[in-house]
Write a protein that binds this ligand. Structure first.
Ligand SMILES: *Cc1c(COP(=O)(O)O)cnc(C)c1O
Length: 404
């Protein structure tokens, strides 16, 4: 075996000389200038850029309203508040997500209930949702996992029949479409995150989009201490200085320079989406010949925004487990990752009494999944490095002898 084929983990030459991360922001000179302009102006926190950013997001997704937050988690907290979640309420969500999708329910004293995933799409399984509804259930939080829309028609139908609110965690899904319709205009409320690994960034930031004026007003008030100056909402009126704190809200506001960055980033979103799609097609094409891994499946209703590219290992055809393959890829200088550890397996959730085994499909997927690098700022050559490394490692560990 020559030096190139020997795995880096065994002392061979790595596929890449430098490390390729799994995701990274794309900031250009226009973004920098947009932020500087605000820094030289009159407003640092909530000013005209915040309103403009919200208008542009609403226009982009096709919703009536958008309310920005200091981060996506705060935005989910606000959405759960607006939906009326409180002590004792149950909210059904998926375990295959970042902890924030469930934590937002705990913040308000509610209980997240985990419905298992569909083993094909990795998204929450509507049939499992139905089985878990009780008279305490108040909402469903589906996640558009990896950018692929959850089965929204089925979920919204269940919600209507049971009088539940649908809060879509669309942190991965800006620009994605469900049956041709943009994500962000379909559910009661949808959340987008602007963390640097997501499609567009404001450093930290998030937004809720909605068509409901009632939710809109509650969200605005929630993100600023529960305070309002809206004459229509005030209980008294002492004079022009007067405001009222009417419930316990938070300081969850986005700054004006972050919003300016968001506006500038939004101008590049279509380009970012196209690059992600292009790289996914290259991956899909290259991996078709490897029976040892399964590439992502897309149902007909889905036009994914491709936040993450996840391959699933076919363990029966491999002589190694996920950890060994993961470590071998890292040694080849490929920044792989795992999204996600099922939420209820976290020690905090275990201590709350959630049992392992409640969502077997999610747990099985967790053992077999690896996230490969995917972000618009990577070059096509980087994509081919990832492919070379995956083929090198998978062929080495394959049970099918004819590779070697
Ligand atoms: C990123 C993310 C969040 C949280 O967003 P932040 O802006 O980081 O607070 C929530 N849910 C999912 C699925 C995410 O990927």
């Amino acid at each position: 075996m020559n030096n190139h084929l020997e795995l880096a983990i065994h002392g061979g030459k790595p596929v890449r000389d430098s490390f390729l991360s799994y995701g990274k922001q794309w900031i250009d000179e226009e973004d920098i200038q947009a932020v500087i302009k605000v820094l030289r102006g009159d407003y640092l926190t909530t000013g005209p850029e915040v309103g403009r950013f919200e208008e542009e997001i609403a226009k982009y997704v096709g919703s009536k309203y958008a309310v920005s937050f200091s981060n996506g988690t705060a935005a989910l907290h606000g959405a759960c508040y607006a939906a009326g979640i409180s002590g004792g309420d149950e909210v059904i969500t998926t375990p295959m997500t970042f902890v924030a999708s469930a934590n937002c329910v705990l913040y308000l004293g509610g209980s997240p209930v985990f419905a298992d995933i569909d083993p094909k799409t990795y998204n929450i399984n509507p049939q499992k949702i139905e089985q878990l509804i009780t008279d305490k259930t108040k909402a469903i939080i589906p996640v558009d996992f990896t950018g692929q829309p959850a089965d929204l028609d089925a979920i919204i139908k269940i919600a209507k029949e049971n009088n539940l609110v649908v809060i879509e965690d669309a942190a991965h899904a800006i620009g994605a479409k469900y049956n041709g319709k943009k994500i962000g205009s379909i559910s009661d409320m949808a959340m987008f995150s602007f963390h640097p690994v997501k499609h567009i960034t404001t450093g930290e930031g998030g937004v809720i989009t909605t068509n409901s004026e009632d939710y809109y007003k509650k969200l605005l008030q929630f993100r600023t201490h529960g305070i309002t100056r809206d004459p229509g909402l005030l209980k008294e009126q002492h004079g022009p200085w007067y405001y009222e704190m009417q419930f316990l809200g938070f300081n969850y506001r986005m700054t004006d320079f972050q919003a300016a960055l968001g506006i500038s980033q939004l101008d590049k979103l279509e380009k970012f989406l196209e690059l992600r799609k292009k790289y996914v097609e290259i991956y899909n094409e290259a991996f078709r010949e490897l029976r040892e891994i399964k590439v992502p499946y897309q149902p007909a209703f889905s036009d994914s925004s491709w936040h993450l590219y996840i391959v699933r290992l076919n363990m029966e055809l491999l002589n190694a487990n996920r950890k060994q393959i993961y470590e071998a890829l890292v040694k080849e200088n490929i920044g792989v990752n795992v999204h996600y550890i099922p939420v209820y397996m976290q020690p905090y959730y275990q201590q709350l009494g959630y049992k392992k085994g409640i969502c077997p499909e999610a747990e099985k997927l967790y053992e077999e999944m690896i996230t490969l690098p995917l972000f618009p700022a990577m070059e096509e050559a980087d994509v081919y490095d990832v492919i070379s490394a995956v083929k090198k490692v998978i062929r080495y560990y394959s049970k099918e002898k004819n590779y070697k």
